[in-house]
Design a protein around this ligand. Structure first.
Ligand SMILES: [Zn+2]
Length: 164
């Protein structure tokens, strides 16, 4: 028994089993190389295929796409407004998911299920000097957030029958 082809195959298999993370990284590189080659060979066809694949993904996962869009819009809008108003602060990535877990994915004001969409709200509005940072954020359903606007949080909660 020499070093036949089967032997090499077996060795590769054993190696992959022993170092799964290396194998994954190797596959990722392989896919990236293949994508780059396809793109170089036929850039227009490649772009069309990507567009079609993205459209299929959007069609199959509408709620994922909506949630992702809501998330990035909310964060981006907050960042932009904070910049305009000169209120500093940073928010951490993944903050919406963390808040969602804490709030059990319910609007803190009306308890509506947030799986259809949510807004990231500045508890103390940026317009009133609130900071664009984690501790000043909560998730609200779009309708509560829109009616809250730039109201003071105490006034808003009172208008909803909370607080005295
Ligand atoms: Zn609500």
């Amino acid at each position: 028994m020499g070093k036949g082809k089967g032997n090499v195959k077996l060795q590769k298999k054993r190696y992959a089993e022993r170092y799964p993370e290396k194998e994954r990284a190797r596959n990722t590189r392989k896919c990236a190389r293949r994508r780059a080659r396809r793109k170089a060979e036929d850039p227009i066809g490649y772009a069309e295929k990507r567009r079609a694949a993205n459209a299929r993904y959007r069609e199959k996962n509408p709620e994922k796409v909506r949630a992702q869009r809501a998330r990035s819009n909310a964060i981006w809008n907050g960042k932009r407004r904070a910049l305009l108003l000169g209120t500093g602060g940073r928010i951490s990535s993944g903050i919406a998911d963390r808040l969602g877990k804490i709030q059990k994915w319910r609007c803190v004001v009306c308890l509506k299920d947030l799986s259809d969409g949510y807004h990231i709200d500045h508890i103390f509005p940026l317009a009133l000097g609130g900071r664009h940072e984690d501790s000043n954020l909560q998730l609200l359903c779009p309708s509560c957030n829109l009616s809250k606007g730039a109201k003071h949080p105490v006034d808003f909660m009172r208008s909803r029958g909370f607080l005295l």
